[in-house]
Write a protein that binds this ligand. Structure first.
Ligand SMILES: [Zn+2]
Ligand SMILES: [Zn+2]
Length: 318
């Protein structure tokens, strides 16, 4: 099973996040190590780090994922914006390293009208530059799949593959898959057939070895809308069945699966409970719809079994 958790606000200090996460039942958390809407921040003080580590240890939460600032565009065509973005991203990596945060999630940036190929090239150069500046660091950069709003890159699995090939650092660069983003980008996961097709494609193009983190968000906008609007689990266009398939996918076992849904303070707990309720208990696995359906064929006289099998089969196809 994946390790369920959420993006937790760090108002009041980094050390607050593990405490808050534990309170609502997180097994993993995501956080910002600085304000996501500002270029720079004062460095993490030693005492902040000590307090954070103690709070994390007490919470039992593992792993922690950091997300970088929204202003950063590692594919920016403008030289000064690109430099600012690279410096800011380098600072984010240093903050993670200092606090022993193993993953830093970033988007693939926007080409701003210069074309996807050029954008992906600039992004790859930025990553090579930053990796060169952080040799020996333990933190892994995670490239997040995006919805492809505007001139945003990363809405095709091929974009991630192109960058990973160019960077040639599989030990330092992995992938974060966001369910809302891939759905908005046109990858369907609403039922068994579409889920399998999308995951097969992800496996073939990106590879599950590189997948380190999942963002579990339902989508406010339809399949292929290229609009990034997160919705509560089960209340959006993806729906509960997609998330049932996700939380029970053996390929995602032990991966942090993090909510980035609205109204964190009040709704994270509710959405976590929903995700948890979708997990199939290991002892009930043999009662999957396939087996029940087969049993009902073997025992035609068992009317009850037949009905159960059919009902489950139908509901799984929705
Ligand atoms: Zn993100
Ligand atoms: Zn995300």
């Amino acid at each position: 099973m994946p390790l369920l958790g959420a993006h937790i606000p760090t108002a009041g200090g980094l050390f607050k996040a593990p405490e808050r996460g534990k309170e609502i039942g997180c097994e993993a958390i995501q956080l910002f190590t600085k304000s996501p809407n500002q270029w720079s921040a004062k460095p993490l003080a030693d005492e902040d780090v000590v307090k954070y580590r103690a709070s994390l240890k007490a919470s039992g939460i593992k792993p922690v994922v950091a997300h970088d600032a929204y202003l950063i565009n590692l594919a920016a065509p403008d030289k000064s914006n690109l430099k600012k973005s690279r410096d800011a991203f380098l600072d984010e990596l240093r903050r993670c390293e200092l606090a022993d945060i193993p993953y830093l999630v970033t988007h693939l940036g926007s080409h701003l009208g210069t074309g996807e190929e050029q954008g992906l090239k600039r992004l790859s150069e930025s990553l090579r530059w930053v990796l060169g500046k952080t040799k020996g660091f333990k933190v892994t950069i995670l490239l997040e799949t995006t919805a492809g709003q505007g001139t945003g890159l990363g809405y095709r699995f091929e974009h991630l593959r192109t960058v990973m090939d160019a960077v040639e650092s599989p030990d330092r660069v992995g992938v974060c898959l966001d369910t809302c983003h891939i759905f908005a980008a046109g990858y369907d996961i609403r039922d068994k057939t579409s889920y399998r097709k999308t995951m097969k494609e992800f496996g073939a193009v990106v590879g599950f070895k590189s997948l380190r983190c999942i963002h579990a968000n339902d989508a406010k906008k339809p399949l292929g809308s290229r609009v990034d609007r997160h919705e509560h689990i089960g209340q959006g266009e993806i729906g509960l069945e997609g998330f049932r398939l996700l939380v029970n996918d053996p390929k995602l076992r032990k991966l942090p699966m993090l909510l980035e849904t609205p109204e964190a303070e009040t709704m994270h707990e509710v959405n976590l409970r929903t995700l948890r309720s979708l997990r199939t208990h290991p002892t009930t696995t043999p009662l999957s719809h396939d087996l029940l359906a087969r049993d009902s064929v073997a025992l035609p006289g068992n009317r009850r079994g037949f009905i159960v099998g059919r009902v489950l089969r139908t509901s799984a196809r929705k």
